[in-house]
Design a protein around this ligand. Structure first.
Ligand SMILES: NC(=O)c1ccc[n+]([C@@H]2O[C@H](COP(=O)([O-])OP(=O)(O)OC[C@H]3O[C@@H](n4cnc5c(N)ncnc54)[C@H](OP(=O)(O)O)[C@@H]3O)[C@@H](O)[C@H]2O)c1
Length: 261
């Protein structure tokens, strides 16, 4: 018999940026484990395509909302709508992210800084604040427990030249999650960060197939391959499940061993 807590029947998981890439890899595993899944992303067509595939995987419902997480009102409204539609949210994965770099740090303009901040840090802040508000209120009414997750990056802990704005958003996200973990543990909420390494998604499209990158960087990954979105399914199910009830304030590095080599 499969390990019972990994059956997420009855639990509701929200994945921002869940219509493709790493977010979709996590949503796929959550849906296959029978969770109800909510997807937020800006593009309706991508949301619909993801929902069509996800709804065939498990017994849970799949619903999507067109949301720009860089818009505070849109996040507040979508969180209310998601809670109304499902009755609750047990797990929220703040995964939506963008990566804008510069030719050099000295040439990084303020617009680049702000574009990274708007989605990766402001967006995560509003998403996590609103879901913590919902779970805290529920806990005060006698139904504690929940899992909030942020998808950060190795860029937070390793020097990411030409990407200081992006790196700062991811470092800030980890710090925010640790502070949430301490403050909300009394309501049964745990807060953790996932730090992906080099993962083949639209975000890394320019590096995939790039000669210098493929010959100098990927061979240094001990697993000797790009990571794939499905490599994030296991950690997502674990963090959404009661198996992780006592696991909070941590950083999960999923990088094929790149950062320790
Ligand atoms: N790929 C990597 O190697 C890597 C490494 C470290 C960390 N990460 C992090 O992992 C997360 C996922 O990245 P990925 O590689 O899967 O990227 P991706 O393939 O480019 O997907 C990004 C996702 O975020 C959504 N999104 C982007 N901006 C949004 C906004 N303003 N509002 C709502 N949704 C938005 C996109 O949907 P729409 O376009 O429909 O909005 C899409 O679903 C990001 O936080 C990224 O920083 C990735």
């Amino acid at each position: 018999m499969a390990y019972a807590p990994f059956d997420l029947t009855g639990k509701v998981a929200l994945v921002t940026g869940g219509n493709r890439g790493i977010g979709y890899g996590m949503a796929e595993a959550l849906a296959a484990s029978n969770a109800h899944v909510a997807i937020w992303g800006r593009k309706d067509a991508a949301n619909k395509e993801a929902a069509d595939k996800l709804s065939k995987l498990g017994v849970g419902d799949v619903k999507t909302w067109s949301v720009d997480v860089a818009d505070e009102k849109a996040v507040v409204d979508a969180m209310n709508d998601t809670v109304s539609a499902f009755g609750r949210i047990d797990t929220c994965i703040a995964n939506a992210g963008v990566g804008f770099g510069a030719k050099s740090f000295a040439e990084m303009d303020t617009d680049t800084w702000r574009k990274n901040m708007a989605v990766n840090l402001d967006g995560a802040f509003w998403t996590l604040r609103e879901v913590v508000k919902h779970i805290t209120e529920r806990a005060k009414n006698g139904d504690p427990g929940g899992s909030v997750v942020g998808v950060a990056s190795l860029a937070a802990i390793e020097g990411a030249g030409k990407n200081q704005a992006y790196a700062a958003t991811k470092g800030g996200l980890i710090s925010m999650l640790k502070a949430i973990a301490v403050e909300t543990a009394r309501y049964g909420i745990r807060a953790n960060a996932i730090l992906p390494g080099w993962i083949a998604t639209d975000m890394t499209e320019a590096a995939q197939g790039n000669d210098a990158f493929e010959t100098k960087v990927i061979p240094r990954v001990p697993a000797r391959r790009w990571g794939e979105p499905k490599d994030f399914g296991g950690v997502a199910v674990y963090l959404a499940s009661d198996a992780s009830s006592y696991h909070s304030g941590d950083t999960f590095v999923v990088d094929g061993g790149y950062s320790i080599f």
